[in-house]
Design a protein around this ligand. Structure first.
Ligand code: ADP
Ligand code: ADP
Length: 234
């Protein structure tokens, strides 16, 4: 069951002046239920790649199939709709809306989807239980620790019931205890709900929790622990 199928994508910044090949001819195939880390030095293209898979940026070349839909061919309007239903995204700096409470931040997506109040309330309750934050529903982001904010961001990413979550350096601003806690929650969602995760990270302790590790160097996949060695007969 393929969730993400990236075919031959490239992204060039500043093509007119000094071109930067941020992502260069990347192929990537993710199956449902994967728990995969994207690693590589700073500037290797991790953010650019995640943004393109998440529909936040467009490749200059190639196709991105998500649940069988080529998102590079969607109009801006269709892409917004598709993202809302299919893709959960978690950012390094949480990006919660400061004037909304934790609950409202999570509920917001469901309002956009037209989910009825009763179902919204039930889903919010379930999500806050999953992130162990039942008692912080009505608190604004500024009153939460970084780790708590990131857990709310995970709940928000899950609010629309996507099959997968993309996370760009989700633990970069967290202390090691909060980072481990976030990974516990992600791993739990992966195992119990079969949510697919693709997360970029620099943190060796986070990398060690991944089942598959893909390394980017200079915009290209330099290694992939799931790769089959096609030079060996079998
Ligand atoms: P990473 O997430 O691995 O640090 P990025 O995807 O942020 O890598 O960056 C990849 C390369 O593209 C780097 O050389 C970076 O400087 C460059 N880059 C990223 N975003 C832009 C941009 N908006 N304009 C120009 N260059 C960019
Ligand atoms: P990361 O934490 O993934 O390494 P960066 O700090 O490289 O992210 O980039 C932060 C933001 O700056 C991103 O939105 C990226 O697109 C932009 N950016 C990165 N490199 C450049 C660049 N050389 N020129 C313009 N914008 C850039």
């Amino acid at each position: 069951n393929t969730v993400i199928d990236v075919h031959n994508i490239s992204r060039v910044y500043n093509p007119e002046t000094i071109p930067v090949y941020a992502v260069n001819n990347v192929h990537l195939h993710l199956e449902r239920g994967e728990f995969t880390a994207l690693v590589g030095p700073s500037g290797s293209g991790k953010t650019t790649l995640l943004n393109m898979i998440g529909g936040l940026d467009k490749p200059d070349q190639g196709n991105i199939m998500i649940n069988g839909v080529d998102i590079t061919r969607l109009s801006a309007r269709q892409l917004i709709e598709f993202r809302l239903q299919n893709i959960g995204f978690v950012f390094q700096s949480y990006n919660l809306i400061p004037v909304l409470t934790a609950k409202e931040n999570v509920e917001f997506i469901m309002l956009l989807q037209g989910v009825k109040k009763k179902e919204r309330d039930e889903r919010v309750k379930q999500l806050f239980k999953q992130i162990s934050m039942d008692e912080k529903l009505d608190v604004r982001p500024a009153q939460l620790s970084g780790g708590q904010q990131q857990r709310v961001a995970v709940a928000r990413a899950l609010a629309s019931k996507p099959q997968f979550i993309l996370a760009d350096e989700p633990t970069a601003n967290l202390d090691s205890k909060s980072a481990a806690n976030l990974l516990d929650i992600m791993a739990d969602l992966n195992i119990k709900e079969n949510i697919t995760f693709l997360f970029s990270t620099h943190d060796q302790r986070v990398i060690s929790r991944a089942r598959r590790v893909i390394t980017l160097v200079d915009g290209k996949i330099a290694s992939d622990t799931a790769a089959v060695d096609i030079t060996q007969p079998h």
